[in-house]
Write a new protein. Structure first.
Length: 245
């Protein structure tokens, strides 16, 4: 009887010993699912949050359930607003240089009275200059108007930097089908607008063509509803994205 009781006592101790590694596994699985969920729409800001989560798990800290990632804060439009450097997830020196370019761009916009046609925004992706298509093109055309070439050339001066930066120029349209002999769809129109605008930009010999690329998104990245004329006008645009470095 004594042996049986001792055997049962040993078995109870063994059976309880698995609880500690089991709880560790559950904690790690929970962390894994949180990480996978956050990576479905990951950006630089969320990457920092994920890094902190892993640091808390493996090195101690507040714990994954106590941590919440801060909201992204961007600078949009022609108004100067405070920027949280940590939330942007950008090196302060890089951010400062982009802000200098943005200030020059805003001065250009005001000088040309283009506040309703050109906007700037600053995010962790870089500085975005958004240009309404009416500033550069006639309806249904991908050729920059002669009278607007000086505007394009002034914009090219804003892109001069040392060292050179990666610049992506993208064309966008509304969802109204195009019907002319030159373009079969909005895809072609958006691509050629980006390319033709980039060609004029690169006439500036102070810019390095290797740092430039052009894209066409057609109607598939709207920033407003295509149900109204005002929304469609916003969607017809050219965007210039200046990378942080």
């Amino acid at each position: 009887m004594a042996k049986r009781e001792k055997y049962q006592e040993d078995m109870e101790k063994i059976n309880e010993s698995w609880l500690i590694p089991y709880s560790d596994i559950l904690t790690l699985l929970l962390a894994l699912f949180i990480v996978l969920f956050s990576m479905t729409a990951i950006d630089a800001q969320r990457f920092n949050a994920v890094s902190k989560i892993f640091g808390d798990i493996f090195h101690g800290g507040t714990g994954i359930l106590d941590f919440s990632a801060p909201e992204r804060n961007t600078q949009v439009g022609n108004k100067q607003t405070p920027i949280n450097l940590e939330e942007l997830g950008m090196d302060p020196e890089k951010l400062k240089k982009l802000q200098e370019i943005q200030e020059k761009t805003e001065a250009f916009i005001q000088r040309r009275h283009l506040e309703n046609q050109l906007q700037t925004s600053l995010s962790d992706e870089g500085l975005l200059i958004r240009i309404n298509d009416s500033v550069l093109f006639d309806s249904g055309s991908a050729t920059v108007r002669k009278e607007d070439i000086p505007i394009a050339k002034e914009i090219s001066e804003l892109l001069v930097s040392d060292p050179p930066r990666q610049v992506v120029i993208s064309g966008h349209t509304d969802n109204v089908p195009i019907h002319n002999s030159q373009f079969a769809s909005n895809w072609e129109l958006s691509v050629m607008r980006a390319v033709n605008f980039m060609k004029i930009i690169l006439e500036n010999k102070k810019l390095d063509p290797k740092m430039f690329s052009a894209k066409g998104y057609g109607e598939y990245q709207p920033i407003a509803s295509n149900a109204t004329e005002e929304g469609r006008q916003k969607n017809r645009r050219v965007e210039v994205l200046i990378a942080p470095d």
